[in-house]
Design a protein around this ligand. Sequence first.
Ligand code: COA
Length: 341
Amino acid sequence: MDGVHPARDPGAPAAVAPRIRSVFAGFGGALPPRVVTNDDLAATLDTSNEWIIERTGIRERRIAADGVTASDLAAEAARAALADAGLEPEAIDGIVLATSTPDRTYPATAVFVQAKLGMTRGFAFDVAAVCTGFIYALSVADAMIRAGQARALLVIGTEVNSRILDWSDRGTAVLFGDGAGAVVLRAAEGRGDTAEPGILSTHLHADGRHEGILHVDGGPGTTGTVGHVRMQGREVFRHAVSKLAAVVDEALAANGLAQGDVDWLVPHQANLRIIDAMGRKIGLPPERVVVTVDRHANTSAASIPLALWEAHRDGRLRKGQLVLMEAIGGGLTWGAALARL
Ligand code: COA
């Protein structure tokens, strides 16, 4: 009967409602071509290649050319992610973009990316959670897909950190770099267990009492200037190790999974010593931890999607593997995400 649902046999078992989850469908990245080495920085700062490598693991970073903005890098990363997913921009329902170095105070950097991709539909907005930005953006996008508000989303982390660094401050100038990473998330239906592909859970935290230990000392509502990054490095380090360990435990426990179930740690890339400490905490050998900090330095919201892109491209990431992502940054904000590829 056209237009009328047939009556269900009262004796038949109720159909199990499929659960929607968000699956990684494509990865992309963009790095400015200009490489700046530690020795380049030591030419103008009281620092050395040896000090930077020993304390941070950083050897070089990419710096965007004048005039290249966060949306330029983001659009390049998004195009790569769309190509990897085999999708046209028109298939995308929205853009969730994390950045601390927006093109302008408003509109959101995400709308510039939307226009650069030639998209004429969907929504676009920014998320501000500094170095935890990608985890926050992923969490928001995942929730929208689970709620049925979108079927395909671009999630992007993009930064031109070089624009907010005080190039005379050796305590911060040596630590950061520019870049963008992007993923395509698509809705998929399944039973909802941890063996199926998709984001299993995300875990977000913030504690604004600690904003002073890592912040930018300007903004439209205070100084009227852009400002520069200021950091109490030792304090940030102390919080990073304890808070990341706790949020990793939280993510595994929420899914009834153990450390031994994790195939890859894809951490925020701030400092090799923090990354190594987290790898040891999870009991993963170094070859199961994706590291880009040596070549990219800290690209804030871009670091995790850039690391995902690199490990996907070189074939390290494979379908069915369990990936643990974690990050901490200004706010303080911190978080973790677990995903089955
Ligand atoms: N080159 C040479 N010396 C430097 C330096 C540099 N680039 N930066 C700082 N120093 C000096 C300091 O001035 C200090 O000198 P002093 O003892 O004469 O005062 C000395 O090195 C030690 O400084 P400290 O900050 O205690 O060093 P550290 O071992 O803690 O290493 C960081 C500094 C920044 C590398 C480290 O604290 C760190 O990585 N913290 C976390 C930062 C982070 O992850 N931020 C981003 C989070 S998203």
